[in-house]
Design a binder for this molecule. Sequence first.
Ligand SMILES: Nc1nc2c(c(=O)[nH]1)N[C@H]1C(S)=C(S)[C@@H](COP(=O)(O)OP(=O)(O)OC[C@H]3O[C@@H](n4cnc5c(=O)[nH]c(N)nc54)[C@H](O)[C@@H]3O)O[C@H]1N2
Ligand SMILES: Nc1nc2c(c(=O)[nH]1)N[C@H]1C(S)=C(S)[C@@H](COP(=O)(O)OP(=O)(O)OC[C@H]3O[C@@H](n4cnc5c(=O)[nH]c(N)nc54)[C@H](O)[C@@H]3O)O[C@H]1N2
Ligand code: SF4
Ligand SMILES: [Mo]
Length: 753
Amino acid sequence: MTATPTPKSIWQHLPQPLAEILHAEQGPLTRELLLAPGQFGLGKVPAKQAPDATTNMVCGYCATGCGLKVHMRDGEAIGLTPTTQYPVNLGMACPKGWEALEVLKAPDRATTPLLRNPDGRLEPVDWETALSKMVAEFQRLKAESGPESVAFLSTGQIPTEEMALLGAVFKFGMGFVHCDSNTRQCMATAATAYKQSFGFDAPPYTYADFEESDALIFVGSNICLAHPIMWERVMRNKRRPEIIVVDPRRTETAMNATQHLAIQPKSDLVLFYGIANQLIERGWIDHDFIAAHTSGFHEFAEFVRQFPVDVVLERTGLTSEQLERFVTTIHEKERVSFWWTMGVNQSYEGTRVAQALINLVLMTGNIGRLGTGANSITGQCNAMGSRIFGNATNLFGGRDFLNADDRQDISSMLNIPVETIPQQNSLAYHEIVEGILRGKIRGLWVIATNSAHSWINQEHFRDVIDRLDFLVVQDMYSTTETAQQADLVLPAAGWGEKEGTVINSERRIGLFKKVAKAPGQALADFYIIKSVAQAWGCGEMFAEWTSPEAVFRILQRFSAGRPCDFSGIEGYRQIDEAGGIQWPYPSTEADDSTERRLFAEGQFFHADGRAKFLFDPPRPMPEPPTEEFPFVLLTGRGTASQWHTQTRTAKSAVLRKLYPQAVYVEIHPEDARRLKISPQSWVEVSSQRGTLQARAFVSPTVQPGQVFIPMHYAETNRLTDSVFDPYSKQPSYKACAVRVRPWSGSVPSSRHS
Ligand SMILES: Nc1nc2c(c(=O)[nH]1)N[C@H]1C(S)=C(S)[C@@H](COP(=O)(O)OP(=O)(O)OC[C@H]3O[C@@H](n4cnc5c(=O)[nH]c(N)nc54)[C@H](O)[C@@H]3O)O[C@H]1N2
Ligand SMILES: Nc1nc2c(c(=O)[nH]1)N[C@H]1C(S)=C(S)[C@@H](COP(=O)(O)OP(=O)(O)OC[C@H]3O[C@@H](n4cnc5c(=O)[nH]c(N)nc54)[C@H](O)[C@@H]3O)O[C@H]1N2
Ligand code: SF4
Ligand SMILES: [Mo]
């Protein structure tokens, strides 16, 4: 592999069905133009400025965790190329990675704290004023309404050290109880499923499994555009694998698959229970593995008898040939791996769907071996760090706030009074929102997430946060939808402007480095949180937490003896030199270069060492289509060049060329014809909760009766419905009922155009 992407991979990152819209919007954006990456200036280092040094670090967008080689001059970054030797990406990067430095220079970077003045305008103030105002307001609320009166919402996109400091300062120092992070929107289901099934939140795989599997089954995962470099790893698989995609839409990934099972939305549970039933009936299961390493199989086998083939075909809309081929593939292939992402996690029964996949690998013995596993692909660069060290629902290192021994452990390691550790769990994200609605929570601190765009059912959410006594938003940009509603904005340094570690999807700890100076008075979140602690009067408690690396050492202590043990790492330098290190890496481990896969010995983390078969009866969709709202709305990622709420990716001129600027809706040609909707025309999409106008993208990529809108546009979550998985409390973003009509008003202006 070379440092330059092949032309093919650049082209591949533009989802081909979208070329039509791009053409209409931006003129003839030809394939030839895309085939010449230089035209876009990707990775261009100015000719006059030869670099005098280079350094490697990991990307700060998705959980793939690619290595990027930053070219420096006089101590400042001047360009980047993907790192060739990094074990994750082997010299490749997607457009977001290539453009990562560009977005740091945007004119709307927050450069000074901003405080809302009596006229309602945000006005620059110095740090001292900002911090004393924040502390005064939060202390007033605590005095008036107690320790449950202020909450924070945080992220999977800052280093673990910053997350851990935040969780410790807020709970142990400031004495509050409730916090959650945007990983609730994203990974809570996978975390809960693993914890219940395996006894610890532990994705078992390593990326080499993409290359070593004989059948890769992607469920609710559009890996081609959401994790393009993982997809490149799949393309390196030399075993001629079957690639099976289970997704209601004909996504870019489905187009590249050998089998596409375009199931009806939310019929996954019936499908996978039905497959389990087929495998059991035919005796295609691994009796030895089940007997030695699992519990609950007999109850499960009895339960799935309710899902014979006709029930599965009826609910999923598949043909018997499709189902037969799928079941046979699972049986015949030596190494079978299941991979899932948001099509599973973001569902009202997501935890059980994830466990239906886990059950399949347990009963067929497809775990702990090369090219196997029930593998959740994570989303944000540090979703894994947030899950283990966010201190939100778990006490540090996957411990339990409700367990006295666990609290004692942490209090001894930190040398702080055990009473400072809450004896209750934090409320989950939507419970925090309800708490605000009921007036129980009056102050909110939002760090590195843009809730006023990304949270479900926005009309409701914005109304709720309007009721807060005091809203603090800590972000790189002062223009985010959430910052615009804040009473106080704290300017944060971003990726590339600070150091720390993140944990990728295969549990690899990678390093962020400081290669650029943050603009104006913006500070790394680490130092903002330290300053808040100081201003609050609890700074002493964190005397040992002097720098990100000092905190890394504290986290190593928290991890020791736990399944996520990484106490053997010598420090940042070893991570840098080894090209990242996967946990577990206990102090007895000597080799930092091996690929680490979990459960090779069939030992799981429950007390009896066994994995559990867990299941529930499938439930009907909470909001099925009706006569008034006859379509199912699916939402998700739109292109490889758009990141979430677009605060970062919209700032790159290169990336802006690679996605439609205004919100669009994918609708099937039959539905479009019936409703007299022509391609590229404007339509109105409404749900019981809100309305938006979008450009029609008429395409058979969606099934009749279904439409798809990407999440990157602020309007999308006006439509979605506040429904949650009962175990993980993750929002069900992926299915609600909507109506679509032609729209003849004047073309709405988009924030991104
Ligand atoms: N370019 C880009 N990459 C990203 C991100 C980004 O914003 N932009 N975000 C990152 C993050 S945080 C995340 S979490 C990941 C998300 O990565 P993915 O989960 O792969 O992306 P999504 O498009 O949200 O959802 C995946 C698929 O689920 C399907 N789906 C919807 N309903 C169902 C259903 O009922 N059953 C099944 N089987 N499938 C269904 C949708 O049609 C969609 O194609 O991407 C990460 N990578
Ligand atoms: N309808 C629908 N909605 C969805 C989804 C969906 O599929 N459909 N997916 C959900 C998922 S999986 C996710 S992960 C969420 C993502 O939702 P968000 O987390 O709200 O999305 P981002 O745009 O990544 O927001 C991150 C914010 O942090 C800021 N930021 C970046 N780096 C830093 C930093 O170092 N420090 C600080 N202080 N700020 C920083 C950015 O400017 C940005 O404002 O969206 C969810 N919403
Ligand atoms: S695939 Fe993910 S980690 Fe790799 S360059 Fe793209 S955004 Fe960054
Ligand atoms: Mo996510």
